[in-house]
Design a protein around this ligand. Sequence first.
Ligand code: TXE
Length: 482
Amino acid sequence: MAIKNYIGGELVEPVSRAYLDNVDPSTGQVYSQAPDSDHRDVEHAVAAAERAFPSWSRTPADERCRLMLRVADALERDLDRFALAECIDNGKPLKLAATLDIPRAVKNLRFFATAVTHFHSESHVTDGVALNYTLRQPRGVAGIISPWNLPLYLFTWKIAPALATGNTVVAKPSELTPMTAYMLSELCRTILPPGVLNVVHGLGAKTGAAITAHPRVPTISFTGGTVTGTEVARTTAPLFKKVGLEMGGKNPNVVFADADFDAAIDGTLRSSFANQGQVCLCGSRIFVERPILDRFLTAFVDRARKLKVGDPLESSTDQGALVSRSHVEKVGRYVELAGQEGGTIRCGGRRPDAVSPRCRDGFFFEPTVITDLPVDCRVNREEIFGPVVSVTPFESEDQVIDFANSTDYGLSASVWTQNLSRAHRVAERIQSGTIWINCWLVRDLRVPFGGMKNSGVGREGGLEALRFYTEPKNVCIHVAGS
Ligand code: TXE
């Protein structure tokens, strides 16, 4: 089956007629093809988006909202089909795609479709002289580049605010997980005006780079690895684009001795291994206050061992496949490195022998817990992005804050304590864009979302996203005779 680009309202082949193999990570087999697009396809998509912009940007917000809600409804009606496709394309458990990825994609569309109907701007009265008001106008063609870990979830998280605010879009999903963006473009074809949303599939360095370098795409929103983000920043800076970068994380999970023990174990387990550890918000560095270290480790390792690595299609599966052969190999290399850096593997650390006959050649890796690693070793500083976590004891609040802040990343953190004052103190001092107290991945779409340090530039979510995709323009009216 061949995926197509979606340009100017049509599903089209790439100009080159060249395709990339698309692999099912749970079997390791090629199961479809995606366009290997180049700058010519991007040029067509930008031209289509430019043609659609004057009309879409002048379409009343109510009408844009209505059309986007229709897309959301169509996606919701098709939830099972999309969840199955996401499971096959990414390797994640079907039940996760059906309860998290696709419902959240629906919610993203609804949230931003309606948010724009409540969006308002500021006015400033200059005493006795003038009245200023701010117009927030769409910026034109938005270039959107999304990753493979939460494919449709992050794709819609970006296209929804861009479209709702009246921009037109040229989007490139990850070449590793193109399927659900393609299926969404099939739905949009019957609902959105041609050229409003364009989806161009292909490799990052070719298709993605053609979007970021395009002189008539003034806005770029990217989620992916920090190395790629550096490249996007380098390309876009001299072109003076407005850029949002959401990149990697190496997030701390801080467990104080006074925490609700069972809640901390449950939450930490989920934040360690959800989506096979392939969430930028996963808490891969677990710091446990010394008095409860042994109890915590025993319970945590026991629970990690019980997670069932299995066929993503099976409802009993907790852990599916990682996204690609090269990624599972990278995760394996980090576990080897942990051994060289003095770590002790408490569980996992390898690819399981036989998940099932169907999944014999899939990219599976066992949930892995490592102890005895120095806080500043590479395994504790670099993003592994797989089911691998380290557990390190700490002695005091000051010490764990130093540990938490000891990487170049600053995306999120979880703190487990029943002492409210301590929770506030620690939250204030950890350098991360999001701090969860006694929870993980509780997401309210209105809150600012993004990272500090090498985890990101700018914020998404709620008003932040609506502002990102619009240009504030101040109008100053002289008040005569006052
Ligand atoms: O992501 P890439 P990769 C991290 C994680 C992972 C690492 C690499 O550590 O192991 O990044 O993953 C497009 N110009 N995260 O290589 O390459 C690419 O096609 C423009 C964290 O898969 O960053 C894809 O659509 N675009 C993360 C998107 O960028 C380019 C999620 C992300 O791919 C490009 C994923 C270029 N030069 C990986 N090169 C998170 N924070 O959620 C690539 N792309």
